[in-house]
Design a protein around this ligand. Sequence first.
Ligand code: FAD
Length: 379
Amino acid sequence: MNFQLTEEHLAVQAAAREFAQTELLPGVIERDEHQKFPAEQIKKMGELGFLGMMVDPKYNGGGMDTISYVLAMEEISKVDASASVVMSVNNSLVCWGLEKYGTEEQKQKYLTRLATGEIIGAFCLSEPEAGSDATSQRTTAEDKGDYYLLNGTKNWITNGSTASVYLVIAQTDPEKKHRGINAFIVERGMEGFQVGLKENKLGIRGSDTHSLMFTDVKVPKENRIGEDGFGFKFAMSTLAGGRIGIAAQALGIASGAYELAVKYSKERKAFGVEIAKHQAIQFKLADMATNIEAARLLCLKAAFHKDTHQDYGMSGAMAKLFASKVAMETTVEAVQVHGGYGFVKEYHVERLMRDAKITQIYEGTSEIQKIVISRELLK
Ligand SMILES: Cc1cc2nc3c(=O)[nH]c(=O)nc-3n(C[C@H](O)[C@H](O)[C@H](O)COP(=O)(O)OP(=O)(O)OC[C@H]3O[C@@H](n4cnc5c(N)ncnc54)[C@H](O)[C@@H]3O)c2cc1C
């Protein structure tokens, strides 16, 4: 057992912290208010290697481990969870899915550009009638010989209008139920592919969430990922790793709010002393710090399991379940520590509170994480 981060880990953490403070913090309030996608910042994140951190260098990735990814996600999410969701989807859903299950041609054609952030990707599983119950796919991919004909609608797609490459899950053979589902690489600009309206959201408002429509889109056969019928397994396997990224995002939102609360409590005076001198505030900070440390350990343990090729299904689900709860509780308390100032935009904590909520919903709601965990416990 060794709780010490390596020199490399500390360097990644410091680089991500520096980037978040210098490049993401300026303008984060305005981007949230106007739902502005952080395009320039994402471009820089790509140049610095934050969008393909774990990809093998032979495909232009950073060749780093999952622990480095968790550390970087925490630092970026402390400041801008809208930027960190782009990072999370690109790294853990799109790049990882392609690297693990794609053909060499698919990797050369798409992964090499996704890993540098030259283009970004989207992961398209959810539908109007298929969220937690992802087996109920209504999007169809009819096998037409040398291509598939894709028809249907996807909902809530992160990077919906900004991605160039979309990993789309669709039903090919309904009789086989989830064993008839496939995953495809769909390119932006393919005929019949349309991006729908942008969602007006509670949180992560800088991120770009859209519905997508497919009408007789011809997807070449070589764009299928894995064997025929592998799509559902592909989605579940990819999301298992994705949850570690979202857990780290939740951790970052919590620790960002906590750091702001500590700073403010030393500045604000009430009844003649800094509010940090009041035990009620001290106890809030103690609870926050303890919960955050526990969430961090769960995130790092799940990352360790992934890096050491152990099963990370349950540890990833536990990390996401717990860290997202801590994110919600900590941000609410951070607003409380700020009093009325916590209720206005300038102090950042109200945004972090709104951003925290999504971590209990996407990539499997908290209820779904409990199903994943209890299924493992009882098997
Ligand atoms: C901002 C945002 C970004 C997103 N990005 C993406 C993306 O990039 N790609 C993508 O594919 N999807 C994305 N999603 C979709 C997201 O993953 C789904 O919203 C989520 O999985 C929940 O599905 P649902 O909204 O249909 O809720 P439902 O599945 O309808 O759930 C409603 C409620 O019922 C509960 N529930 C459902 N089934 C059970 C059960 N068996 N036991 C107990 N409780 C249950 C849920 O936990 C929830 O509380 C995003 C969503 C949002 C809001």
